[in-house]
Design a binder for this molecule. Structure first.
Ligand code: ASP
Length: 326
């Protein structure tokens, strides 16, 4: 029995300004994160696997309209939704992922089935939806993903030259900052992807990540989230990692895997490896965002190089801890 069992989650990083938070929104975010952590904690306390805990946490985050995944996903340049997700089991190194799906309610559950029931790792678009249908998973009409807040963000972002991170779009929609100051997938905007990592009572690790991508992205664009090693990685020998941020940069840095690789090859702690990736390596190519990570001893790292990151963790038998700003 591993008594250090723990779950950590994120709901995206970016320009999360106190000033642009509508009244009551902060409490709503804390409550949502708390509820998800409590659910994950219950799975772990009942002896469930880390894989079960991260699937359940990410499923709940996908269903919550506050975050950019599942219901509440951001809009593409065509005014549609395209969702990506991945999941990995640290005990077997098995992984499953899907990208560019438009009608499955919970992308993380499809990714999980890919992990469990397919010889492949990543399915895209129509093929991913055909796989989900064959597995009997739940489908929804595209309107299910619509939320007023994301639609407003998109209407603003549409006039911008490029794509925009979710929470940055929210800051913009709240009227903070001159939109023209912002670059594309930019600095001063937020990311709303969701993710979870966990260590279970049996000593196993798992990670899962799910997203609607970035506001106003080109149709067919795929970010880091569904790419094993970029947006999601888990290996019992090192750590489990879920990232959020400017996906293109996380892909180029193979960010999630780099945390594990630094632990393995440089023999550094989780904290040192995660800090190096988020605070040193990603900023070199203007990569903005953060990650949550846990190692096999239950050590946690939740670094981010933006103004804020929706995040939290829960150890067994303890009250969940949630945070937004630095
Ligand atoms: N990393 C995600 C993507 O590029 C965005 C995010 O984290 O919000 O699709």
């Amino acid at each position: 029995m591993n008594s250090n069992s723990v779950i950590a989650i994120h709901g995206g990083a970016g320009t999360i300004l106190r000033a642009s938070m509508p009244a009551g929104a902060e409490a709503e975010y804390h409550a949502a994160l708390h509820a998800v952590l409590s659910a994950g904690q219950r799975v772990l306390a009942d002896g469930g696997s880390a894989l079960d805990a991260v699937s359940e946490a990410v499923r709940l985050l996908e269903d919550c309209p506050l975050f950019n995944a599942g219901h509440g996903a951001v809009y593409t340049a065509a005014g549609t939704h395209e969702l990506d997700a991945a999941i990995m089991d640290g005990s077997t190194l098995e992984a499953g992922a899907i990208c560019c799906v438009k009608r499955v309610r919970n992308p993380v559950l499809v990714a999980r089935r890919v992990l469990e029931r397919s010889e492949h790792v990543l399915f895209s678009g129509e093929g991913a939806e055909a796989f989900a249908a064959a597995q009997g998973l739940e489908f929804v009409e595209p309107e299910y993903f619509h939320t007023e807040a994301r639609h407003r963000q998109w209407l603003l972002a549409r006039d911008q030259p490029r794509a925009m991170l979710d929470h940055d779009g929210a800051a913009l929609a709240a009227g903070h900052g001159d939109p023209m100051q912002y670059e594309p997938i930019d600095p001063n905007r937020k990311f709303g992807t969701v993710g979870a990592v966990a260590l279970d009572l049996h000593g196993h690790l798992a990670a899962a990540t799910s997203t609607g991508g970035v506001t106003n992205k080109q149709v067919g664009r795929v970010g880091d989230t569904p790419l094993i090693g970029a947006g999601c990685y888990a290996d019992d020998a090192t750590c489990a990692v879920s990232t959020t941020g400017s996906g293109e940069m996380f892909m180029r840095m193979v960010a999630a895997y780099d945390v594990a690789a630094q632990m393995a090859y440089r023999n550094v702690s989780l904290e040192e490896a995660a800090h190096d990736v988020v605070m040193n390596r990603l900023p070199k190519i203007d990569g903005r965002g953060g990650l949550v990570a846990v190692d096999a001893r239950g050590n946690l790292a939740l670094p981010f190089n933006t103004e804020g990151m929706y995040r939290g963790f829960a150890r067994l038998g303890e009250t969940p801890v949630t945070a937004i700003y630095r």
